[in-house]
Design a protein around this ligand. Structure first.
Ligand SMILES: CCCCCC/C=C/C(=O)SCCNC(=O)CCNC(=O)[C@H](O)C(C)(C)COP(=O)(O)OP(=O)(O)OC[C@H]1O[C@@H](n2cnc3c(N)ncnc32)[C@H](O)[C@@H]1OP(=O)(O)O
Length: 393
């Protein structure tokens, strides 16, 4: 349990705590006095934590939190927070893991830990070389319009372009704008080595006052709106799959008009592994595109396809060698973008209109089923598992 708590903390729990001065947000208040020889040292250490030059990192912050609670309140005897209250549960786990450690021993460990941090932060290491530093997470979505093509680029390469809640909203807004702009073709692609790793699993940790039920309810609405927008998109919609694709970034491909992929791309829908169920209308489009047994292999068993396999199954239009992928694809799209826009729009309408109603109904049903799935133990355990790094899909 202690290991899990530590891992959870390292992965995501304290993502909100960017500055060491925010450590008190964990509950590290200089509270009631503690007895014993290290009382003053302990109080000094509590003050010192707030003055550290460098962020000690989430794992250390969690350790500090647990030791502080043990030193000031003794062994953990408060009720365990609910499974979905990830942050408080992780803090509780860390405190509880200290078992019957005495207050005095906890104070001593706290003081020793702070002292080791203070020493290391007094001698700052030279700045890391640029290649070792991760670029800042700036604009997660970049929209450009050029040569008759509006490009919506997922731009979180350090997170494999995982989709945050904000990004779903931004993609909807970008599609709405693209449907009315001067461009003839709209493209979705990714920055970096991945196309998209699907839904950002930390979306599940952002609980509002309404708790998990509210999170699931708003997730259902957002998912439905996002997919509806793809179903109704009036212009040719092209996916330029620049690398591996996971989850919802794969399922929605059935709603695109054309899908070009690098030969480095893979296509993976690990819904059962995550205790979830298909979305993006894939429960309807995949059997239609590739036949029901091939669709089941992907959607039920999470079989990962190579780009060539996805092309053979009809999910991908054409595969290009990675070395020439960008050049070849964009040259082709530029040529297509010069075709008469109204003709393309009308042709798309004829093709899609036949099943639009069906697609909207499927989307509504998939979204509603997912709302229930998100509240299931299977789903919550799988997400906690990913966040704790126990499982890599
Ligand atoms: C409105 C809501 C709609 C929801 C609809 C339902 C949607 C369902 C889905 O999309 S299900 C699919 C969800 N995605 C996943 O399960 C993928 C999870 N990620 C992985 O398995 C791996 O990260 C990987 C295989 C994509 C890449 O592995 P690797 O090459 O080893 O890289 P890292 O794991 O080190 O990843 C780098 C960095 O990115 C973070 N990250 C990657 N994917 C996600 C993700 N989906 N959610 C959150 N974070 C992700 C990863 O944690 C690393 O972060 P770090 O650098 O450690 O801070």
């Amino acid at each position: 349990m202690a290991v899990l708590a530590g891992r959870l903390a390292r992965r995501w729990c304290f993502g909100l705590l960017r500055s060491p001065t925010q450590v008190p947000a964990l509950g590290l208040h200089a509270g009631s006095p503690t007895m014993g020889t290290s009382q003053k040292d302990f109080n000094d250490a509590v003050s010192q934590v707030k003055l550290l030059n460098e962020d000690p990192g989430n794992e250390v912050k969690l350790e500090l939190y647990a030791l502080y609670k043990q030193a000031t309140e003794g062994p953990c005897n408060v009720p365990k927070p609910g499974m979905l209250d990830f942050i408080n549960k992780t803090k509780w786990d860390a405190w509880n893991a200290l078992g019957s450690l005495s207050k005095e021993a906890a104070r001593q460990k706290y003081v020793d830990l702070v002292s080791s941090l203070s020493t290391s932060s007094e001698s700052p290491s030279p700045e890391a070389p640029a290649a070792d530093r991760k670029p800042p997470e700036g604009n997660s979505l970049v929209v450009t319009s050029e040569d008759g093509i509006t490009t919506i680029r997922l731009n979180r390469p350090t997170k494999k372009n995982a989709l945050t809640t904000q990004m779903y909203h931004d993609i909807v807004a970008a599609l709405q704008a693209a449907s009315k702009d001067e461009s003839t073709i709209t493209v979705l692609t990714g920055s970096g080595d991945y196309y998209c790793s699907g839904n950002d699993l930390t979306n599940f940790t952002h609980l509002s006052a309404g708790g998990p039920e509210e999170m699931a309810r708003s997730g259902e609405v957002l998912l439905r709106d996002f997919v509806d927008c793809l179903i109704d998109f009036p212009k040719p919609l092209v996916a330029v799959v620049n690398g591996p694709a996971v989850g919802i970034s794969v399922t929605i491909l059935g709603l695109f008009d054309v899908v070009y992929a690098t030969d480095r791309a893979t296509f993976h829908t690990p819904f059962s592994h995550l205790g979830q169920s298909p979305e993006g209308c894939s429960s309807y489009t995949f059997p239609k595109i590739m036949g029901s047994s091939k669709a089941a292999e992907m959607l039920l068993f999470g079989k990962k396809l190579t780009a060539q396999e996805a092309c053979a199954r009809g999910l991908v239009t054409e595969v290009f060698p990675d070395g020439t992928f960008q050049k070849e694809v964009w040259a082709r799209l530029k040529a297509y973008s010069k075709l008469p826009p109204n003709a393309m729009r009308i042709s798309k309408q004829i093709i899609r209109n036949q099943e639009k109603e069906k697609l909207h109904a499927v989307n509504a049903e998939e979204s509603s089923i997912l709302r229930e799935r998100w509240l299931s133990d299977e789903c919550m355990n799988a997400i906690a598992s990913f966040l704790s790094r126990k499982a890599k899909l």
